[in-house]
Design a protein. Structure first.
Length: 189
């Protein structure tokens, strides 16, 4: 098992606090108290609370982007690509429950990284939309507005971080299969 650095610990604990209280309500003193250190000591490892938020959100957004690029570039059918997107969301959400809360709820607090984040998010959604459009064109998916499908599927996938921690005996492979069945079966011809 990889040993966590102090900076990684700070980011992990901050993400948990951001989920519990919201980014705006968390202070550096709150973070220091949760870590059992003095607030001044935090600055030996990080620049600011904004820097922590940037790290949390951008790292997850880039992970989604890389996953989508891999999926989009594959020669799989559109349905298989959609299954892989669901698998990607289950994997990232289950590994980053607290970070996903920041990604979904606190992204608007990004300052210098906001434009970059929005660019990543838009590209991800465009790739997803294009997979849906290709599926319609190829006859794999029924003709329903891609925007409605995109909204329906992404809304569920983006909220996994809320639902996953409430399930003690969660089998991620089974969850992926069930979500694929529920979210995709209704759009297969």
């Amino acid at each position: 098992m990889k040993i966590e650095t102090r900076q990684q610990e700070i980011i992990r604990i901050a993400a948990k606090l951001f989920k519990e209280k919201g980014y705006s309500a968390v202070t550096m003193r709150d973070l220091a108290k949760a870590m059992g250190i003095k607030a001044a000591s935090l600055y030996n490892h990080i620049k600011s609370k904004q820097d922590i938020l940037n790290t949390i959100i951008i790292s997850i957004a880039e992970e989604f982007t890389q996953g989508m690029q891999y999926i989009q570039s594959s020669n799989d059918t559109c349905i298989n690509k959609l299954n892989k997107i669901i698998e990607l969301h289950v994997k990232i959400s289950s590994q980053n429950i607290y970070g996903m809360a920041s990604l979904n709820n606190d992204w608007m607090h990004l300052e210098e990284k906001l434009e970059y984040y929005l660019k990543l998010r838009d590209a991800y959604e465009n790739d997803f939309r294009n997979i849906l459009k290709q599926g319609i064109t190829s006859g794999e998916i029924i003709e329903i507005k891609p925007e409605v499908m995109l909204f329906s599927i992404l809304t569920t996938l983006r909220s996994l971080y809320i639902w996953i921690p409430k399930k003690e005996d969660l089998n991620l492979e089974e969850l992926t299969k069930s979500l694929s069945q529920i979210l995709i079966k209704g759009i297969i011809k």
